[in-house]
Design a protein around this ligand. Structure first.
Ligand SMILES: [Zn+2]
Length: 416
């Protein structure tokens, strides 16, 4: 099966500038030739002529949740039901729905950053085997948290352990269940804790030794680890434990930045979720205090992130969402706000993201040999990062996704 794309602009996400009037040949799901239009011999190929569109690799969201904050695109209703008494089957239908929404926004690979009952592994396999449409999923299990460290009433989203042995045992169970990235919960949420235990946002949890045991286990079968962090110390602990990448990295001091640079550890800052909670939190059904705290945290966190970026810390794009207010396009827009060029922000959601997941042999750029996870946009994001919201056609391993699954225009209008 051959497809020849003739496109107005090619943004290959290698870091090279956008090239005009290019062709890309795809054979059996992989890219086999790239060249100026008219230079590729492609007898028998299906030709896709898009002289006004920009072709680029599918986006990669490094921090998504299919089964958390659920927003139904049907009728635009919000649904923040994460309650424990929701039927598991209901949760699964909603998760499949979230997968479609994210795919339609141009995300062809997501890392599900954790869900109870290994639901992220379940949806990964369901999508892979063609039961329901969605991006390729890189799955985490329930968040491994310290005893008493996880907020109650979250439907098994976290599992609590004490000590090196229990941490090690839990990691082994996650690997057995098919987890790709073992997720460690190294700090409280921005809310500051659960039950009656409320403290500063993102206070430190776990000892370095407990986290190191999890990392050791994950690395044996060559799986990755990530750590939910908030405070400066929680980031330092995660780096000391040898975690592969850092989720949120909300507050960073100079020592944090130095440690991240020394160890070449990437961060996935997830600014879009705080932005969306500040702006739409009350409308979405959260308390006014969540909206307020999100605003405060976001302001300080954006400054830390700008510092880290200027000094060269590796940064990948993630949303921590499944609500389109916190789209990956929005995350990239916020990365431009902290100083990245449009192209650098695009790379954070493509090439760099693929490298962080160690999938850069297969995805993340438009290069010969890579899988044809491709998107066509009406407008060029290298000109204006907000053009990432203009995705019009999506291909997964060379196969076109039938669109539209949903009408997302109203969400994007709100986002912009
Ligand atoms: Zn998350």
């Amino acid at each position: 099966m051959k497809i020849l794309f003739n496109v107005g602009r090619l943004l290959d996400a290698t870091g090279a500038p956008v090239r005009e009037n290019m062709s890309v040949l795809v054979e059996d799901g992989r890219i086999t030739q790239i060249g100026a239009q008219g230079t590729i011999e492609a007898a028998g190929a299906t030709v896709i002529d898009e002289p006004n569109k920009t072709l680029m690799p599918g986006l990669i969201d490094l921090h998504f949740h299919h089964f958390l904050l659920l927003l139904s695109p049907i009728g635009g209703a919000y649904d923040v039901s994460t309650s424990t008494d929701e039927l598991i089957a209901t949760k699964i239908f909603k998760g499949a729905n979230a997968a479609k929404v994210w795919l339609q926004s141009g995300v062809t690979t997501v890392r599900d950053a954790g869900a109870g009952q290994f639901l992220a592994v379940a949806i990964k396999e369901a999508i892979r085997d063609g039961y329901t449409p969605g991006a390729r999923v890189i799955a985490s299990g329930p968040l491994i948290a310290q005893t008493g460290g996880f907020r109650p009433g979250s439907g098994g989203h976290g599992v609590e352990v004490t000590g090196v042995d229990e941490a090690r045992r839990e990691a082994r169970l996650h690997l057995k269940a098919g987890v790709d990235v073992v997720k460690i919960y190294g700090a409280s949420t921005i809310g500051g804790g659960g039950g009656r235990l409320i403290s500063d946002p993102g206070w430190t949890q776990f000892t370095v030794e407990e986290m190191r045991a999890i990392v050791e286990e994950a690395h044996k079968p060559k799986r990755l680890t990530s750590c939910h962090t908030g405070s400066e110390q929680s980031i330092k602990n995660a780096v000391l434990a040898g975690v592969d990448f850092i989720d949120h990295a909300t507050f960073m001091d100079q020592e944090c930045i130095d440690m991240l640079l020394e160890t070449n550890t990437p961060i996935v800052p997830t600014q879009a979720i705080a932005w969306s909670l500040e702006k739409y939190g009350v409308k979405m059904g959260f308390g006014a205090h969540i909206a307020r705290v999100s605003g405060e945290v976001s302001e300080k966190s954006m400054k830390c992130l700008a510092d880290a970026y200027r000094q060269g810390v590796r940064i990948g794009a993630g949303t921590d969402a499944d609500n389109p207010h916190a789209s990956l396009a929005k995350e990239c827009e916020l990365l431009v706000e902290i100083g990245m060029s449009n192209m650098e922000a695009v790379l954070a959601a493509t090439k760099s993201a693929a490298e962080i997941l160690r999938l850069d042999r297969d995805i993340g750029t438009v290069e010969v040999g890579k899988l044809a996870d491709l998107i066509l946009l009406d407008k060029d994001p290298a000109q204006d990062i907000r053009n990432l919201t203009t995705v019009s056609r999506i291909f997964q391993s060379g196969k076109e996704v039938v669109l539209p699954l949903y009408d997302l225009t109203s969400f994007y209008e709100k986002v912009n």
